[in-house]
Structures are given as structure tokens and as C-alpha cells.
Unconditional design. Structure first.
Length: 166
């Protein structure tokens, strides 16, 4: 599976980020943190850091959560699960609402006036004009489908009048 096909939450944290976390935890806790891996070969240490990257991958789009965790470290050096919990405890980002756009009252009145004038000068439309046009075409001898004939007759009330029903 390529990098692009990996689901968002499955992407590991970039290794430079993990290195920075280890650097900060090493400076803060010294041997209490670093001694956990005494005697580990370089390859094994790489695997440990990859595991941290995997465990913290859910925060790849939330660097502020990692910064929060680093700023609120407990007294005892955390393991990866405890550090992930610290990240989860970060406050949710606040999104400020944009101010309402202001309008020039004169411009608004002008636009409303133009729209109203256009609406009042619209020609009166006959909602049954389509039916009258179909009827005229039929009377001129144009061949229409049965549904077209039935539809214009029903719309114009022709069938009802022909049957003597109002």
C-alpha cells in the first residue's frame, strides 16, 4: 500500500517529530527516560521510535496537541501510551467567528429598488399557455401523442366540459 493509500489516522508521525519529542523528554527526565533503552542497538532504538511514531500518528494533523503534551509533562517520565493520553488532553482549537459583513444602506436600497422595478414590470404569464399552444398545434393538424392531448385537455378542462361536468 502506497503512502497515498494509507488512511489518514494510520499515517505515522514523521521521524523528525519523534526525534524532537525524544530530545525534549531526554532533556526533561534525563536517565529516567533514556535508561529505558540502555543496551539497545541502533536498529532496536529505531524500532522504538517508529512505534512512537505509529502510536502518535493520530496527531499528525494536530501538532498543537503534541506541543500541549510537551508543555504539560507529568513528574514521572511517560511511556508512549501515557504521552498519547497527554496529547488527547489538549484543548480543542478555538475557531473565531468572522465579523458580519457590513453593507452600505444606500447601495442596498438601490439594488432592492432595481430588483423591485424589474419584478413589477414583468409580463403577466398564463400558467396554462403551454396547454393552449398544444391545443392550437393539434387543431392545425399536427400529430401529438395521446399523453400530450390528454394533458392539454385536462389542463384546459375540455374533457370535463365535453362530458357536461363543471
Amino acid at each position: 500500500m502506497s503512502q497515498q493509500q494509507v488512511p489518514k489516522q494510520a499515517r505515522p508521525l514523521p521521524m523528525p517529530w519523534v526525534d524532537k519529542i525524544f530530545e525534549k523528554l531526554g532533556k526533561t527526565y534525563g536517565r529516567d527516560f533514556l535508561a529505558r533503552w540502555d543496551g539497545f542497538e541502533a536498529d532496536a532504538m529505531t524500532e522504538v521510535k517508529q512505534d512512537w511514531g505509529d502510536e502518535l500518528g493520530g496527531f499528525i494533523d494536530q501538532p498543537d496537541a503534541i506541543a500541549h503534551a510537551l508543555a504539560h509533562l507529568p513528574v514521572k517520565a511517560p511511556n508512549v501510551i501515557e504521552f498519547r493520553q497527554l496529547c488527547r488532553g489538549a484543548p480543542k482549537p478555538e475557531f473565531k467567528q468572522l465579523p458580519r459583513p457590513t453593507q452600505d444602506p444606500n447601495l442596498v436600497a438601490e439594488v432592492v429598488g432595481v430588483v423591485k422595478s424589474k419584478l413589477t414590470h414583468l409580463p403577466k404569464l398564463d400558467p396554462k399557455d403551454w396547454a393552449r399552444k398544444l391545443k392550437a398545434r393539434h387543431e392545425r393538424g399536427e400529430k401529438l401523442g395521446a399523453h400530450q392531448i390528454s394533458a392539454y385537455r385536462q389542463a384546459l378542462g375540455i374533457r370535463a366540459k365535453a362530458l357536461g361536468v363543471e
